[in-house]
Write a protein that binds this ligand. Structure first.
Ligand code: MG
Length: 377
């Protein structure tokens, strides 16, 4: 039994019953509202910059490693398969996937940690919240409103987590964090598709970089099972093709599990609307316990052996200093900022000025941040 890709279940997000845009607009003639969100994201400046932003490996370390852009495309592709299988909104999961990392600083998590430390006395910095800020405020594309004026459902999916303090400031969008409600299924899905994408592509990138080897990967249950099957079936396969063959099977296994387990969660609750999904108590899009455990084990393994590998850490230490130096220089002299940012920063209180500086730094690509650092230091 397979459904046409556009037929939607009653519990899916639906633009006709959705919560709409912050600034009212006439509907588009030939596109649905979530398609329109996706298109606005693709046309945004922040999206184009993802090409030159670090996922794990700093952009100039090699052309074949994932960047935030290729990562986001892989998230979208995984999420869309699941969305169609569950008859939830394909264009909405695509829009959320493509936007989910827009707020990332240059240099990946090292950049975010460093900027957060710089912003400690000014309200902090968090990439997830920044992604929302990019689409709500920072993109300047339209005459009639700031930001991209996306639908509530896309914005709900972008804001994965948030503190109670921030949630209170966000009105309707923050309400679910205070009421302990779930977001719609599309948002739940992208959250997991994100981790499926990085768990798998980071195995590939880590192996390519020579920081992970087959012996240690084989100890991971997800990798190990497929490793042995593929080795038996193709004993002569060279390492590169071998690892691809294992990874494609790992993705296939976890995606299939996610579809089947989520489908039975949905059948059990039998939600009639997206509001039933929101008040379900826990996410319905979820792995089975067995796969969840294996998936989490691989995630932990990558933290310990790749993200905290001394070679990755060495690069991180350098890039952290760069972000600190940039922040200090712009705070000391706003005239180093481009005109539009300088205007926003001038005559403002320290905290507001710091936010302008953080917005500017967060928007930078890796290579632009390095060039700025060299210019100013
Ligand atoms: Mg991501």
């Amino acid at each position: 039994m397979s459904a046409a890709p556009n037929s939607l279940a009653v519990y899916a997000a639906n633009e006709h019953t959705g919560k709409g845009r912050r600034y009212e607009e006439a509907p588009a003639e030939y596109r649905g509202e979530y398609q329109r969100d996706r298109d606005r994201i693709i046309h945004s400046t922040a999206f184009r910059r993802l090409v030159y932003k670090t996922q794990v490996f700093v952009n100039h370390e090699g052309d074949l490693y994932r960047t935030r852009m290729t990562h986001s495309l892989e998230v979208a592709q995984i999420a869309r398969t699941v969305a169609n299988a569950l008859m939830i909104s394909d264009p909405l999961v695509e829009a959320i996937s493509l936007a989910h990392d827009l707020g990332h600083t240059p240099f990946g998590h090292a950049g975010q940690d460093s900027l957060n430390a710089c912003m400690r006395d000014f309200g902090g910095f968090e990439h997830n919240l920044q992604s929302l800020r990019v689409v709500d405020e920072l993109e300047e594309k339209y005459a009639d409103f700031p930001g991209l004026n996306l639908t509530f459902e896309t914005r709900e999916g972008i804001l994965k987590h948030c503190s109670a303090r921030i949630a209170r400031k966000l009105g309707a969008l923050g309400k679910r964090f205070l009421d302990r409600q779930q977001p719609g299924l599309e948002a739940q899905l992208v959250n997991i598709a994100d981790s499926i994408a990085y768990n798998n592509h980071d195995v590939d990138d880590g192996f390519r970089a020579g920081l992970l080897n087959l012996e240690q990967l084989r100890e991971q249950p997800l990798f190990g099972e497929h490793h042995d099957v593929v080795r038996d079936k193709y004993p002569q396969l060279d390492d590169r093709r071998f690892i691809y063959e294992v990874i494609r099977r790992m993705i296939g296994q976890v995606v299939t599990d996610l579809i089947e387990n989520s489908r039975s969660n949905i059948e059990r609750l039998d939600p009639k609307t997206i509001d039933d999904v929101r008040s379900a108590g826990k996410p319905l899009i979820a792995f089975s316990d067995d796969v969840y455990e294996k998936h989490s084990s691989l995630k932990k393994f990558l933290h310990e052996n790749l993200y905290r590998h001394e070679k990755v850490r060495g690069m991180n230490d350098k890039t952290k200093v760069m972000v600190e130096v940039l922040f200090e220089r712009y705070m000391a002299s706003a005239s180093e900022l481009p005109d539009a940012f300088e205007q926003r920063a001038t005559g403002r209180q320290e905290a507001d000025k710091a936010r302008v500086v953080a917005d500017y730094i967060a928007g930078m690509t890796d290579r632009f941040a390095i060039a700025e650092y060299e210019r100013l230091y």
